[in-house]
Design a protein around this ligand. Structure first.
Ligand code: AMP
Length: 281
């Protein structure tokens, strides 16, 4: 496994792969790796010839300084996990490498409303930061395939929209959500939960599992209210629970017309914010 910290060195190295027509798969992460991240790495290993994983806690996508500060960082453990998984290349740049002085990396794109609801509403500016870092990393790595988790469904759609709109020749591939035994979606932020909080947080997945049943009987707004009520449990504070069109992220008004329906939710457990979702149609 090769480890790069400098953009130029990574680009030169990948150029040798590209010149031999070897396909490159890319898995961008913010580190504090878990099985969810490794599932993306494995998917990349299966379908491309060179897998690059980046570890970079991107400051521009955090709308709260304290959240950025508290974000877990476990670099040496991450490297061991990636090595054992068989990852070929790790990119661990400093903020100066990603955002060098004099380079304007900001992205101003019309996201066609994809950035407005849910995470966009509760984390203003978050998706501008996500688009900025993903575009910059894609410019550096120039992968054939980009692997992203369904866990961040809204983020996936936004990155896919950006790739299409800017005609970036990278296929954006969605990977399923990896969960703990309790059903809790794996997340780097779970490291900040105590044992009791982990148990409480499992209610989010349990509620998502109920939704399909409720949909057979109740209209969308009622189902959302039922889910929010189910999440009103000791230690939990739901932020949103929405049934949205899986392509536009607009609220669904019926279950027949949208081609895809996704239930998306965010909750607070103690001081930790967790998101999860389920594709229902
Ligand atoms: P992060 O390090 O949180 O920015 O996540 C890096 C990538 O891993 C993103 O594409 C996430 O959607 C994906 N990811 C995070 N958690 C999971 C999970 N539990 N299952 C599958 N993919 C995940």
């Amino acid at each position: 496994m090769y480890l790069f910290k400098k953009t130029q060195a990574l680009r030169q190295f990948l150029e040798t792969y590209r010149s031999k027509n070897r396909s490159i798969g890319f898995v961008p992460t913010m580190g504090a790796l878990h099985e969810g991240h490794l599932s993306l790495v494995r998917q990349s290993l299966e379908s491309t010839q060179c897998t690059v994983c980046s570890i970079f806690v991107n400051p521009t996508q955090f709308n709260e300084a304290s959240d950025l500060e508290k974000y877990p960082r476990t670099p040496s453990q991450d490297l061991t996990m990636l090595y054992k998984a068989g990852c070929h290349v790790v990119f661990m740049p400093s903020p100066e490498e990603v955002y060098p002085t004099g380079l304007d990396t900001r992205i101003k794109l019309d996201f066609k409303g994809l950035d407005q609801p849910m995470e966009g509403r509760f984390r203003p500016g978050h998706f501008d930061g996500v688009a900025q870092v993903v575009k910059r990393l894609l410019d550096i790595v120039e992968p054939d395939k980009l692997f992203m988790g369904q866990k961040d469904y809204q983020q996936f759609l936004i990155v896919q929209h950006m790739a299409r709109t800017l005609s970036i020749p990278t296929e954006v591939v969605m990977s399923p959500i990896v969960r703990e035994k309790s059903g809790l979606a794996m997340s780097s932020r779970n490291q900040r939960l105590g044992p009791e909080q982990r148990e409480q947080a499992a209610a989010l997945h349990q509620t998502l599992l109920q939704v399909e049943k409720w949909m057979a009987e109740f209209p969308p707004r009622e189902v959302e209210q039922m889910a929010l009520q189910a999440l009103q449990q000791p230690g939990l504070e739901p932020e949103y629970f929405q049934l949205v069109d899986g392509q536009t992220l607009q609220p669904v008004s019926d279950y027949e017309s949208p081609a895809a329906i996704v239930a998306c939710a965010a909750i607070w457990v103690g001081g930790v914010r967790l998101i999860d979702n389920m594709i229902l149609k």
